[in-house]
Design a protein around this ligand. Structure first.
Ligand code: NAD
Ligand code: DAU
Length: 334
């Protein structure tokens, strides 16, 4: 029976990954180590919390005392824990440097000390920076342009160095923009869907023509599982689904699916250093045998429907009453 240490498992992708693991491997064991920052939400794992194979540990990946015994127990470490929002990194980069770089270092040190079967470092396509034409390959230079992506690039290469220097069996994944259930409503798709449902304005940065390559979160989870089983140690794998859309196109899809008027769109000041376009070439992963399973149209509809059907989940977060309720419900200190 495989034992996973999933860090950041109460966040968007981490919680979807835990759902994915229990859905695919009924006898799996998962330890979820999460600091429960504003982005961590145990409600994402409600139907899993009583599974005998699941354990939640509240803690910081920067804290070696917490991390070491958990890594010692684990066969597989999948490091999702991070500060993940570009806008926040522009305002207050400190925690990005601490968690994304130092936290990854603490995990890697523990993996070096105790040994693991695989250490998956969840990096991002943002480490390459912006590209006007064509798509980045895994061997291209990293030119991150925000404090978020620069801290992720640091962690990405640090993880690689632990493979080269200490032979820790590291695999690095660089995925494009995810969408799906349980995404914190500060990111484009959940923010715009929930605002539109509430007839609030949708704030489009700049001219709205920035392009992202969108992948359904369960396809990302599936690709991580795939590279864990079929990828080579020390390698980097781009992950994407080939759905490039600009922000105006995404906004149009959301408004039309929810039957809301275009007047909700509002153009606001651009994000400083706003990357124009992300695009990853995934031929390396395709050659290994992986393909996404969800079409963009279907998965966008599934996602919008999920936010329509789960108002309670995001209304609590957006209302600000959430923290008090949450601490009491889960009896969590701090
Ligand atoms: P998220 O912000 O929704 O979740 C991050 C989780 O990490 C939260 O549960 C938070 O409480 C936890 N966390 C933060 N600091 C921690 C610390 N010091 N110790 C322990 N836990 C901590 O993020 P997400 O969108 O789910 O992204 C997960 C990972 O995937 C990140 O590493 C991100 O860089 C990467 N990624 C995200 C995307 C995307 O589109 N969202 C795409 C590619 C890669
Ligand atoms: O590419 C992968 C990355 O995708 C991940 O590594 C990050 O963790 C994740 O946050 C995401 O980064 P982006 O900056 O691309 O995502 P975000 O949802 O913040 O923005 C998507 C696009 O939408 C971007 O061009 C900025 C724009 N935007 C965003 C918000 C929140 C707006 O126009 N208005 C908004 O209110």
């Amino acid at each position: 029976m495989a034992k996973f240490l999933v860090t950041g498992g109460a966040g968007f992708i981490g919680s979807n990954f835990i759902h994915y693991l229990f859905g695919k491997y009924p006898d799996v064991e998962v330890i979820n180590l999460d600091k429960l920052t504003y982005a961590g939400n145990l409600e994402n794992l409600k139907n899993i919390e009583n599974n005998p194979g699941y354990r939640f540990v509240k803690g910081d990946i920067c804290d070696a005392e917490i991390v070491e015994p958990l890594v010692k127990e684990a066969d597989f470490v999948v490091n999702f824990a991070a500060e993940s929002h570009v806008d926040r990194s522009i305002g207050e980069p400190d925690d990005f440097i601490k968690t994304d770089i130092f936290g990854t270092f603490v995990l890697l040190e523990a993996a070096r000390k105790y040994g693991v079967k695989k250490f998956i470092q969840i990096s991002t396509d943002e480490v390459y920076g912006s590209i006007e034409d064509g798509s980045f390959r895994e061997t291209d230079a990293l030119m991150p342009s925000s404090p978020y992506s620069a801290s992720k690039a640091g962690a990405d290469r640090l993880a690689y160095s632990y493979f080269v220097t200490y032979k820790v069996p590291v695999i690095v994944t660089r995925c494009s923009n995810n969408y799906g259930p349980y995404q914190y409503p500060e990111k484009l798709i959940p923010l715009f869907v929930t605002n539109a449902i509430e007839d609030k304005k949708l704030p489009i940065y700049g001219d709205g023509k920035n392009v992202r390559d969108w992948i359904y979160v369960m396809d990302h989870c599936d690709a991580i599982d795939f590279v864990m089983n079929h990828g080579d140690d020390g390698e980097v794998y781009n992950i994407g689904a080939g759905n490039e859309r600009n922000n105006l196109e995404i906004t149009g899809i959301i408004l039309s699916e929810l039957e809301k008027p275009k007047e909700l769109m509002t153009f606001v000041k651009d994000r400083p250093g706003h990357d124009r376009r992300y695009s990853v070439d995934c031929s390396k992963l395709h050659a290994l045998g992986w393909q996404p399973k969800h079409s963009f149209q279907e998965a966008m509809k599934l996602t919008i429907d999920w936010y329509k059907d789960n108002r309670e989940w995001w209304e609590k977060i957006k209302s600000g009453e959430y923290l008090e309720y949450y601490k009491q419900h889960y009896q969590i200190e701090g």
